[in-house]
Design a protein around this ligand. Structure first.
Ligand SMILES: [Zn+2]
Length: 279
């Protein structure tokens, strides 16, 4: 891909610009989804790359950072997040994250966790893949983490966030349906894990997948709402519309470095403005 081919010179130019422009301190949030085992090496290299740069913060440190309590750092620290709650996330935490001592934030959908076997595969196909895949097209091993696996991550110092009840596109919902997806989700997480989560990530993450109504309901129950719109989180970023960088582990390393260092931010100025206009 052309953008992959140009990522190395682009990265060199970006770093030179950063040295002279002194950007504001920023927290970057990385967003991953299902991480099958053949991507574990790429995840391992990504964690190394981030540690050589701004390093990782834990979810608790990110909360403090976003509340303005943490000291400003030269390089942007990163928070690692995973959406959808695939069982591969639990395995990646065990095998890869533990080796690096990285604590991450896992966004789950309680209504889909509660489904078993074939019903869950149908749920993943219909809601998480948004109908692009049928249950038969999913990899054979595709399943979501069980409540035991989610609780185990929580016990090991990772954090669990809400990703709506059943992964519906919130911009299409109103009233009771919207409340159930947003508020019902935290009720179940509280009952399962013993405490409410301050974190919400809305499904699909795009600017067209969220509305002013949905953000108002989210803000009534959660302290932080993470989008999937790329960009830095600075002191000026509202906590209801946090930015995140989606990571495709199949991309070349220079391209991933470019994403982590904010090289694609300029392309997302319009969605960021539209997101801010919703609050
Ligand atoms: Zn999702």
């Amino acid at each position: 891909m052309l953008r992959h081919r140009f990522s190395r010179p682009w990265l060199t130019g970006l770093r030179a610009w950063r040295r002279i422009s002194a950007p504001s301190p920023a927290l970057r949030i990385l967003l991953l989804h299902d991480v099958p085992e053949h991507h574990f090496d790429a995840l391992d290299r990504l964690l190394d790359t981030v540690k050589r740069g701004g390093g990782f913060v834990t979810p608790a440190e990110a909360e403090a950072w976003l509340a303005g309590d943490a000291p400003a750092r030269g390089n942007a620290p990163c928070l690692l997040t995973f959406d959808d709650g695939f069982a591969s996330n639990h395995r990646a935490a065990d095998v890869v994250l533990s080796r690096h001592g990285v604590k991450a934030l896992f966004f789950v959908c309680p209504g889909l966790v509660d489904l078993d076997g074939e019903a869950q595969r149908q749920g993943i196909a219909a809601h998480i893949s948004d109908g692009r895949l049928g249950a038969a097209d999913l990899p054979r091993e595709a399943r979501l983490m069980s409540w035991q696996e989610i609780a185990a991550l929580n016990d090991r110092g990772h954090a669990i966030g809400a990703h709506s009840m059943t992964h519906r596109r919130l911009s299409r919902l109103q009233g009771d349906e919207l409340s159930r997806e947003v508020l019902g989700c935290n009720e179940v997480l509280t009952a399962r894990l013993g405490a409410p989560t301050p974190w919400f990530a809305y499904p699909f993450g795009s600017i067209d997948s969220i509305s002013a109504d949905a953000l108002a309901v989210i803000a009534s129950a959660y302290k932080f709402c993470r989008s999937g719109v790329r960009g830095p989180n600075t002191g000026a970023t509202d906590r209801r519309v946090l930015r995140a960088d989606q990571i495709d582990l199949a991309a070349p390393e220079a391209y991933l470095s470019l994403i982590v260092e904010g090289g694609l931010d300029w392309r997302y100025a319009t969605p960021r403005r539209r997101l801010d206009a919703l609050i």
